[in-house]
Design a protein around this ligand. Structure first.
Ligand code: BGC
Length: 718
């Protein structure tokens, strides 16, 4: 398509229309306008100019909207259809925070490709994913969408998603364009409150928060979304430091930018724009090409051009970003992008797609504690499945696109599928909401637990306690669930506690009572099957935490790569000592660490050898880690390599993950895992805010967080 020629024939009104995104309910009827369209006061002619659409139920309805649109658009420019495909389209796999704990970028890619195929068949062209906001505070409800607390993990998994969504060619029928979000530091909102202000130093921003967005850009992401929050007083949508200096000048990003939902108009509520016209100017000047669902551009861009505040060239440039994306998607040739509900129906929840989701659920679950009760024997005759999640099917998680709760598998169904002959007794026992104080169901659940050979206690927080807008001020199991767990575990010790949640919960109060704890997250459509297989040993847990679990909410924000203080805790168990950094009442250490997760087998780290103890700027050190499966089952282990800079011009973290590899070992098998260390891996934002490495000694270890299995050191020579 000759985009320049197309642009030339467009009127100003038509150009501005390309920069406006409306929801699907605005479209669909080219003669009579109702609902939201009317409230905006759009004429049919104005509607005909709109560039992009959020939503659309399926291929048929999206095709219909597109057809109608092309009938009325004088220039015959197709709409782009966008939506949030976060962890599956119809076949739902685990929430992001769980999935990245697989530490398996290929698996993340496989799930993402599945989502892309399904969503593309359903008519979508672009997904508002990946979400790679670094997260350190479990109170924030959106940690569930994220790629965790570590910059390397988030970068690796963000890039894996971009590549899998987009493939080599976004015009192909099985791929979508991706949109990285929310730029930047949306996860650092004060007090873990959604949309809240972020106060952050430039060093912390650059060192920890920016790499994951940059990794997605390097992976070729087609679109970027600024975050709702203000950062150091400037909302991202209108933040020249972020949107110009970092994004365009330093990183050279030249893709499209879309505002978050109504974020342009919200510049008024932030108090940085006096009115809608100023909001339009601020966002546009900062390179926000498309305005999602507010009316600042539509009402004021033209006027701003007349005033000479915005140039015609700048308008053309913004429009070209949208047209180029349409061209790359192949929409001028096929405005429907081969959308096809029949193709979709063949895929949605097909055995192949369910198998991918099931594998992902299994690899995301994290075994946090096991006193030896797990795996359960398949020879048991009677099992009690109790608690508010025992038969709950709402375990697919928030942001589940077209996923249907009724199409998921509950734990009780999963156990039934796996062991058809076992006698199952289910009992809800109690509720799971903050204000659920009803203890009347306890007796039945206790009875079930008492007279069974094994018990699965299924607890957690309901789906709507996490996700957008859903921050929590406490992190305990809501309602009376802690008392419930204690009661049940006191009557039957052959007991597994399975926790469903969209965030790390403070499980301190149930830790001692629970003989075993499996963190299931929101595991998706196949959750119940995957968990049953894990509990009975058909598969072996291998997930690791992608986010630290605090002992109590008062420790938040808490993360493994904390800075070294001048007064660190003085005892290895983090117990408070006078005049050291910690808490009187809960110590300084979390309950579970980033990178932690048990297996039914045991792994022994036998040695770590470095082929040199000196590194120069052009060289590399080969690190060989010898690992053995010393247990009686096959299993997977994530070998995590951490670094600590022993002295640097600015304070650095106590440890930083610099590489990881997941390996699969048969019982008794040993393997050598190798890593290469080069100078760029040692760089950081130093005291002068330069991204460089500094000569000196570095400590390396394998393990996780404060658990150092083997340690060695080397010197960087400059
Ligand atoms: C969210 C975005 C999302 C957008 C469109 C907003 O409220 O912050 O993450 O992409 O809605 O659904």
């Amino acid at each position: 398509m000759d985009l320049n020629a197309l642009l030339k024939q467009m009127t100003r009104e038509e150009k501005i229309g390309q920069l406006i995104q409306l929801s699907a309910d605005f479209f669909g009827n080219s003669t009579e306008l109702t609902g939201p369209a009317q409230s905006w006061g759009l004429s049919v002619k104005q509607l005909s100019t709109i560039g992009t659409c959020i939503g659309g139920a399926d291929a048929a309805s999206i095709r219909k909207i597109q057809e109608e649109h092309l009938k009325i658009d004088r220039n015959k420019i197709p709409l782009i259809f966008m939506r949030d495909i976060i962890h599956g389209y119809r076949t739902i796999y685990p929430i992001g925070l769980g999935l990245v704990g697989s530490f398996d970028p290929e698996l993340v890619g496989e799930c993402t490709e599945m989502a892309a195929k399904e969503a593309a068949a359903g008519g979508l062209h672009l997904t508002f994913a990946p979400m790679v906001d670094l997260v350190r505070d479990a109170r924030w409800g959106r940690v569930m969408e994220s790629c965790g607390e570590d910059p390397l993990l988030a970068s690796t998994m963000g890039a894996a998603q971009v590549k899998a969504f987009q493939g080599d060619d976004i015009s192909s029928r099985d791929h979508l364009a991706a949109c990285v979000k929310h730029f930047a530091a949306y996860g650092a909102g004060e007090s873990g409150r959604d949309y809240n202000s972020v106060e952050i130093s430039e060093r912390t921003l650059r060192q920890f928060y920016l790499p994951s967005y940059k990794a997605c850009i390097d992976a070729g992401v087609k679109m970027l979304m600024p975050s709702f929050n203000d950062m150091n007083g400037i909302p991202s949508t209108a933040n020249p430091f972020l949107m110009q200096q970092v994004l365009r000048d330093e990183w050279g990003y030249d893709g499209a930018v879309i505002s978050d939902w109504a974020a342009v108009k919200e510049l008024i509520k932030h108090g940085v724009a006096a009115d809608l016209k100023e909001a339009a100017r601020l966002a546009f000047e900062n390179g926000c090409h498309i305005e999602m669902l507010s009316d600042a551009y539509y009402k004021h861009l033209s006027e701003l051009i007349d005033d000479g505040v915005i140039s015609e060239e700048a308008l053309d440039d913004a429009v070209m970003h949208v047209l180029r994306l349409k061209d790359e998607l192949g929409l001028f040739e096929d405005p429907f992008h081969q959308a096809d509900d029949a193709r979709g129906r063949d895929m949605y929840l097909s055995p192949e797609h369910r198998a991918i989701a099931r594998k992902a659920s299994a690899e995301s679950a994290v075994l946090l504690k096991n006193d030896g009760v797990l795996p359960f024997s398949e020879k048991i005759k009677k099992i009690a499945i109790v608690g508010p999640f025992a038969t709950e099917k709402a375990i697919i998680g928030p942001w589940s696109a077209l996923g249907k709760i009724e199409e998921s598998v509950s734990i009780a169904e999963g156990v039934r599928n796996l062991l058809p002959d076992v006698k199952i007794r289910t009992s809800r026992g109690c509720g799971y909401l903050y204000d659920d104080t009803d203890l009347s169901g306890f007796a039945d659940a206790i009875d079930a637990a008492k007279y069974s050979d094994a018990v699965i206690v299924c607890v957690g927080e309901p789906q709507h306690y996490s996700g957008e807008g859903n921050s929590r001020g406490t992190l305990c199991l809501p309602g009376v669930q802690e008392a419930f767990v204690k009661k049940i575990t006191s009557v039957n010790k052959n007991c597994a506690v399975v926790v469903f949640s969209g965030r790390p919960l403070a499980l301190t109060d149930i830790y001692d009572a629970a003989p075993s704890i499996l963190q299931a997250w929101f595991p998706g459509s196949e959750g119940g099957n995957a968990i049953a297989e894990l509990l009975f040993g058909r598969s072996n847990p291998c997930g690791k935490l992608a986010m630290t679990f605090p002992k109590t909410v008062g420790q938040c924000p808490i993360y493994y790569n904390r800075m070294l203080t001048g007064r660190p805790k003085k005892t290895p168990d983090g117990v408070y000592q006078p005049f050291s950094s910690g808490y009187l009442d809960c110590g300084s250490l979390p309950l579970f660490y980033f990178g932690e997760g048990l297996s039914y087998t045991t792994f022994e780290y036998q040695s770590m050898t470095l082929d040199s103890h000196e590194l120069d700027e052009s060289g590399s050190i080969k690190v060989t880690v010898s690992l053995k499966n010393t247990g009686e089952r096959s299993g997977k282990e994530v070998v995590q390599l951490y670094l600590r800079d022993e002295a640097s011009s600015a304070v650095r973290p106590i440890q930083e993950l610099i590489a990881f590899k997941k390996v699969s070992l048969e019982a008794g098998e040993a393997v050598d895992v190798t890593f290469e260390i080069t100078e760029p891996m040692l760089r950081f934002w130093n005291a002068q805010n330069e991204y460089i490495s500094e000569a000196g000694r570095f400590t390396l270890f394998v393990g996780y967080a404060d658990h150092r299995y083997i340690e060695d050191s080397f010197t960087l020579i400059k």
